[in-house]
Ligand binder design. Structure first.
Ligand SMILES: Nc1ncnc2c1ncn2[C@@H]1O[C@H](COP(=O)(O)OP(=O)(O)O)[C@@H](O)[C@H]1O
Ligand SMILES: [Mg+2]
Length: 231
């Protein structure tokens, strides 16, 4: 996945907010990247555009060799439900649905008939160690457990990339460790992950650090872990 001089301008009344000012970024297969930067630097805007949740004002996005910069809302929905997984700080689980049904949600936005949806959801829950809670509802779970269910939901479509916006922001230290260990496992199995964080310790667990400031990328480098792996 690649961007070329990506720009995003939000129009707020008479004011233009330049949230992205020309971002060139390549996310490679099996990358484990964190995006760091002050609040308001454009991290979420970039993730939303890369994740087909929003469109750029200008610039290009290439995904799987196709120019997806200006595709229709329907096509974007297709990519979201078939190619991308999302994890949010506040989990975003539906409170009335069971854990299993929550994990199956991405299928309901997919036009394709997917056989064995339940089986795939159970397999995803198993990967995050939450299969034993498949019939619970979210408020019967701890925060850490909810985030693992949300990760299972992000995994269920076997996405090319998982985007996680501050996924550890609402968790205690013990659960932060669990989520990071889980991400390590997923990356070792070939998953590509792009994660926004404020936490420098969390950033160390990734392989690549992308630093943003004022709508631009000001640093893109390997972490110690990334350097060790590159040898
Ligand atoms: N929907 C929106 N409408 C107008 N301005 C927005 C909107 N979303 C974000 N912004 C502005 O764009 C800039 C980047 O925001 P954001 O990408 O959320 O930053 P970050 O995630 O790094 O905190 C900020 O100045 C923010 O106020
Ligand atoms: Mg943000």
């Amino acid at each position: 996945m690649q961007t070329r001089t990506l720009r995003k301008i939000y129009r707020l009344g008479n004011e233009d907010v330049h949230a992205l000012k020309g971002v060139d970024l390549t996310i490679c297969e099996n990358d484990y990247a964190v995006i760091l930067g002050a609040s308001g630097s454009g991290k979420s805007t970039l993730m939303h555009i890369l994740g087909f949740m929003d469109t750029p004002t200008d610039g290009e996005i290439i995904f799987d060799g196709a120019d997806v910069s200006r595709i229709s809302a329907n096509k974007r929905a297709w990519y979201r439900s078939n190619r991308i997984g999302f994890v949010f700080q506040t989990f975003n689980l539906l409170p009335r649905l069971s854990v299993l049904k929550n994990v199956m949600l991405p299928f309901s936005y997919s036009r394709e008939k997917i056989r064995n949806q339940e089986e795939m959801a159970r397999e995803a829950l198993d990967r995050v160690g939450m299969l034993h809670r498949q019939n619970h509802i979210p408020n019967q779970l701890s925060g850490g457990e909810r985030q693992r269910v949300a990760i299972a939901r992000a995994l269920v479509n076997r996405p090319r990339v998982i985007f996680a916006d501050e996924p550890t922001g609402a968790l205690d230290v013990k659960n932060v460790k669990k989520v990071l260990a889980l991400f390590d496992d997923l990356v070792a199995q070939g998953q590509t992950i792009v994660m926004v964080t404020h936490d420098l310790d969390v950033a160390k667990s990734a392989h690549r650090v992308i630093r943003m400031s004022d709508g631009m990328i000001i640093e893109d480098s390997l972490t110690e872990k990334g350097k060790a792996l590159a040898k």
